[in-house]
Design a protein around this ligand. Sequence first.
Ligand code: UN1
Length: 508
Amino acid sequence: LRLEPESAFVLPPKLFGAGRKNSAGLDLEVATQRAALQTAFDNLTVPSVPEFDAKQAASAYATSATSYKIWSKAPVAERAALLRQSADALEHQMPRFCAILVKEAFKTWGDAVSEVREAVDFLRFYADEAERIMAPVALPGPTGETNELRLSARGVWVCISPWNFPLAIFMGQVAAALATGNTVLAKPAEQTPFVALEAVRLLHSVGVPEAAVQLLHGPGETVGAALVALPGIAGVVFTGSTPVARTINRALAAKDGPIVPLIAETGGINAMLVDSTALPEQVVDAVVQSAFRSAGQRCSALRLLCVHEAIADHVIEMVQGAAKELVLGNTAEWATDVGPVIDKEAFDGIQKHIQRLHSTAKPLLAQSAPARAAANLIAPQAFELKQVSDVAQEIFGPVLHIVRWSGDPQAVIEQINALGYGLTLGIQTRIDSRAHALAAAAHIGNVYINRNIIGAVVGVQPFGGEGLSGTGPKAGGPHYLYRFCAEQTLTVNTTAAGGNAALLASMP
Ligand code: UN1
């Protein structure tokens, strides 16, 4: 196979914006919705949300536990119906929620539309799933007994969600707990409480009891810690950083009483392995989308490109060309592809990492953000490193590390496995058998062959990783709701009744 060299390759300027398909293959239809979105944006003020007093955690819990007694007894179809009504309501309020995401979380319009859709998908998917798995299952057994498996709710769940998908992940966690009959104490990310407040109001507006889902906004160190420490909670579901997942795990382990499950979805040093047969245009599109869309603020985002040395120069040149075409700026502008990172703290941390890379790696795309374009804006960056193990840390921003490789691609997969994370992986090759062998060898939760590695779709690409990337089960997948449920096996001896019936029948 020979690859023809290409001259400078440049992607169309509107890389992530209006008119393009998103990763779910859905037409964003932004053009037709623009007027409604813009009006919602212009009319919106994001108010500050009152903080919850961590000292009130026990009383919030008591209210939730009382509500649990009623909510958990409601037929699953009733709970599912309320979630479906919430999905409909959210669809109707799409412009307002998109506007909130742009204003509060600095999402681009394209990302905001995708996120509201994802939240709607979570509501409908978990409604369907709860109905599917909560129907009693008859199990085989010997004659003379019946066996059945029944699922029920566990109790009060603490849901702790991140700022990078402040609506979709928030709603996904809450919907999973509610659908299965649990009640919720929800702690949103400190940076994005308003969209969470609006999501909770929406749930209440269709009839989900106020006590069944309570919003407890505040710092993780106080409010989050107080919730996790509550003696009676039935489980914790968390999406965020690996260190915070560890802190929660330790706090749960230190408690007396029942063992409390933790569902954690954390970060990743996500790689894409590109061999010498890969299609360069496809690679560059996948790389730019995966590394720089959402300013790299996705746990699924590409951090490490491992490209075969035979095509490395060519691919790097194309990535440089494409990345320079991205429109950087304020996400309230329709044309913007890459907006600011979430806050000053994130900005400073990423800048520090970039400075370190300047002294340890070779800059391949060292741009600076246009002056005064937006606060906390970081222009996409790429650095070449010598080996996979040089990438020690997940950086939650638009920074791509590139490593050249040659020889056995399985060895590269082993080096990627050795990083200890296991969230997403891309494989780009035209050799099908190789792609499947590499995927099988990777200890990675979501593997994408010959495409980008972001934008997992609910029910289509169940999402979640291994090792440092989390505990599973995968969100948006067929096993997720089981973790929110208690399982009861019910065995009934039927011979006594049968014997009686036979005896009665034989009596004159
Ligand atoms: C996250 O970024 O915290 O596949 C998880 C994706 C998203 C990732 C969500 N569903 O890009």
